[in-house]
Design a protein around this ligand. Sequence first.
Ligand SMILES: [Zn+2]
Length: 97
Amino acid sequence: MLTKQRTTATELVTKWIDQQQEKGRTAGELHQTMFVYGDDVMQVEVDENNKLHITDRTPHQVVVFRKAEPEPGHICRCCSMEYDHEKDALHCCAYID
Ligand SMILES: [Zn+2]
């Protein structure tokens, strides 16, 4: 289980790096970026050959405190009616023209 999660975290970081580099960001810009996936902490570092490496920085324990943010409701873009589900908001005025 733990091994599988670690693989996924590495895959996610690798994908993210690829996307950033496609956007034109350099290895130096990505240097020391940290990633948290579940309890896994990973960090991207550049070596002397300007190559990126993903390092496992997972400590003994990770506790993340999140600030409570108000959940934005799903609002119909036409009439501003609020719904619990995005699907309902999308369908609200979808058939009215
Ligand atoms: Zn509507």
